[in-house]
Design a protein around this ligand. Structure first.
Ligand SMILES: Nc1ncnc2c1ncn2[C@@H]1O[C@H](COP(=O)(O)OP(=O)(O)O)[C@@H](O)[C@H]1O
Ligand SMILES: [Mg+2]
Length: 329
């Protein structure tokens, strides 16, 4: 960790509760993390665990029925509770979002080049001709070989991968400090997925953006992340630099995730049964009160007081292992 890490996003004690017809549904519980420019934090976990809710809270994009507490500081400004107007400005400058479905962001009735140009005119106050040239440049930056041709196309005339590139060009057009990508490649086939990830990696380096990448795919995490937060049931169960997490996953749920990924480079693995993840996953709360687990190895590391060196969650800014207050681990 370098000392001059420029924090672009700092989320503290974020909790989100949806108001539903059946009453309040708490889905994110007391989550804290930070993201520096040039870093990629992968938020990984299974479907329904609250990843998108965390990401959308970070971009100020949650619907009205979401009650948010805690702080989300984008470039030093807390966006929790800000008006829609202010949030719109912030989305034009500090943060941009890439969704799984590009059509969420693209207008079907407008040429894609003009859509990028519009962003630049609106948020960067560019003249139309300047915005047009910059849009062509951006299309080149997302590795489109024929920017002039693509500029004139309507979204429905482009393949899924091309649409995703256009959306990325649009997202980076206003030079956000933080780029949020929610399952950006899930809907794409494997080759296209690899290209899109490569483009995002290159752009986040070149533009020195912090990338918040939501995924359920550990392969994507391995490829992209500098840091990883593992989510289970709306909580971080482990938060660590990627290298540490892959070489030394501490939480049983993380270990389960790593073992449940089929590996194509390992012919043996095809004949091995995929590990199943113990349910319910041991949470910090459980750990604090002692949690029954079956395997002896887990028993050793999980039983509070059993092994004074065991650590489950690494939570603070410089990622030194910490145990929460009140924990007896
Ligand atoms: N607008 C909403 N109103 C009520 N519940 C919601 C809303 N959006 C998401 N949820 C619920 O919140 C939980 C987390 O969803 P989500 O953040 O989309 O998880 P993930 O992205 O990990 O799949 C799910 O149980 C989902 O049904
Ligand atoms: Mg999601």
């Amino acid at each position: 960790m370098t000392l001059n890490r420029e924090v672009a996003l700092k989320v503290s004690n974020l909790s989100v509760t949806y108001q539903t017809s059946r009453g309040p549904a708490p889905v994110v519980h007391d989550v804290s993390f930070s993201l520096a420019r040039g870093e990629t934090l992968a938020i990984v976990g299974e479907s329904g665990s609250g990843k998108s809710t965390m990401a959308m809270a970070t971009a100020g994009l949650l619907p009205d029925q979401a009650h948010v507490t805690g702080t989300v500081a984008l470039d030093g400004v807390d966006i929790v509770g800000q008006s829609k107007r202010v949030l719109e400005d912030i989305r034009g400058s500090a943060v941009a979002v890439i969704f799984q479905n590009p059509m969420t962001s693209l207008n079907p009735t407008m040429r894609v080049g003009d859509q990028i140009a519009e962003q630049l005119i609106r948020h960067k106050a560019m003249k139309r001709a300047v915005a047009r040239n910059r849009s062509l440049e951006l299309l080149r930056e997302v590795m489109i070989n024929d920017p002039e041709g693509v500029y004139r196309k309507y979204p429905h005339q482009l393949s899924g991968g091309m649409k995703q590139r256009v959306m990325i060009a649009m997202a980076v057009s206003c030079e956000p400090k933080v780029l949020i990508a929610d399952e950006p490649t899930t809907a794409l086939d494997v080759t296209v997925q690899a290209e899109i990830l490569q483009i995002m990696r290159a752009l986040s380096r070149e533009h020195s953006m912090g990338l918040l990448l939501v995924t359920h795919d550990m392969g994507v995490v391995a490829e992209m992340a500098t840091h990883v937060a593992v989510v289970y049931d709306g909580r971080f169960v482990e938060y660590a630099p990627a290298a540490d997490l892959f070489t030394d996953p501490l939480h049983p749920y993380t270990q389960g995730l790593l073992h449940s990924q089929p590996r194509i480079d390992d012919p043996e693995a095809r004949h091995r049964r995929l590990a199943t993840i113990p349910r319910p996953a041991p949470m910090l709360e459980h750990l604090e009160h002692g949690y029954e687990v079956r395997s002896e190895e887990q028993e050793k590391t999980l039983r509070p007081g059993h092994n004074p060196d065991s650590r489950f969650v690494r939570l603070n800014d410089n990622f030194s292992p910490v145990v929460r207050e009140g924990s007896t681990v």
